[in-house]
Design a protein around this ligand. Structure first.
Ligand code: GAL
Length: 315
């Protein structure tokens, strides 16, 4: 029997608690399913939010708190596994110094090297550095060892996700070119380096917060508009090949507040055991007090090639 009866049982709209009754602190999260256990990884947001001066946009920040990990067998009861990737204090030259940006961690397992590989967005507080960072661990929950950050093929990379295909090949998907265009880049067999194989997708569409999944041989990419911490309407795009081209469709959200993705921004789409059913994972950002940001998890269905994220909430 499945660990959970229905996808809707997994819905979350607000705070999430771990089995010690502490608030789950895992934003811009990703999920790894390994040996019957789900591992949730996310940004640790803790401390006072401040606004970076002399920015033309609302650059609200908290110190980069590193990456947390939680585990669960049923996607409902979450055990705190500790800090998967700790930030460094007082070393402004380090990519993972608390003064930097460490966002949107995603983890996949490499069966050849038997390593868990984490990719994440690494940036300066004004987002001018625009790189993808990589860390590894021999165990799923970590601690992860940070290796380095890169600009894939010399290209900027900000909001990102990671996708491991059925054939074991893995791809980095990121907002590039000043957030105007996304790119998909094939990773090396050990998942530690971008290769020269990459494509430009959603050209000049200014999309971010990518979440990629595969259904019935096709690739589905959910993204948000580019409005910082403020919510906007999601859209989805479909491709026959992971590298694209992607054809854009409309907003997959249905119901009240669908035009702001129910006041949230996409971060991950997790396949569930039930056919054509997924868990859409998103962040409710609280931009002036980022530590108070919480979560939106909703069932996502693919029917006749159409994506629907349904929120039955009445208010
Ligand atoms: C959003 C992005 C978040 C974070 C934020 C900073 O657009 O999706 O991950 O980078 O901007 O303002």
């Amino acid at each position: 029997m499945d660990a959970f009866a229905q996808a809707s049982d997994l819905s979350v709209d607000g705070k999430l608690y771990d089995t010690d009754k502490n608030l789950i602190n895992a934003h811009g999260a990703g999920m790894l399913y390994h040996d019957g256990i789900y591992y949730l990884f996310g940004e640790i947001k803790k401390g006072t939010t401040w606004r970076v001066a002399n920015q033309s946009w609302e650059d609200y920040r908290v110190p980069a708190g590193g990456i947390s990990c939680y585990s669960s067998k049923d996607l409902k009861n979450w055990r705190y596994e500790g800090v998967a990737l700790a930030p460094v204090k007082g070393d402004p030259k380090s990519d993972i110094d608390t003064g930097k940006v460490i966002e949107r961690p995603k983890v996949i397992y490499n069966t050849k090297t038997k390593q868990f590989v984490m990719w994440m967005h690494i940036d300066a507080k004004d987002y001018s550095y625009s790189q993808s960072g990589v860390a590894v661990s021999k165990t799923p929950a970590g601690p992860y060892h940070y290796i380095k950050s890169v600009k894939p093929n010399g290209q900027m990379s900000r909001d990102m996700t990671l996708f491991k295909d059925d054939d074991g090949k893995a791809y980095l998907i990121y907002s590039s070119e000043q957030n105007n265009t996304m790119q998909v880049c094939l990773l090396s067999d050990d998942y530690l380096h971008p290769t020269k194989t990459y494509s430009r997708i959603l050209i000049n569409r200014r999309r971010e917060a990518p979440a990629l999944f595969k259904n019935n041989g096709k690739y589905y990419l959910i993204t948000s508009d580019c409005t910082g911490w403020s919510a906007n309407a999601a859209t989805y795009a479909i491709a026959d090949k992971v590298l694209g081209p992607y054809k854009e469709y409309g907003n997959p959200c249905k119901g009240l507040r669908a035009n702001t993705t129910f006041e949230s921004q996409s971060t991950y789409v997790l396949p569930l055991k039930e056919k054509n059913t997924y868990l859409f994972m998103a962040d409710h950002w609280n931009k002036t007090d980022l530590e108070k940001s919480d979560y939106l998890w909703l069932p996502l269905k693919v029917e006749n090639g159409k994506v629907e994220i349904i929120n039955d909430a009445k208010k």
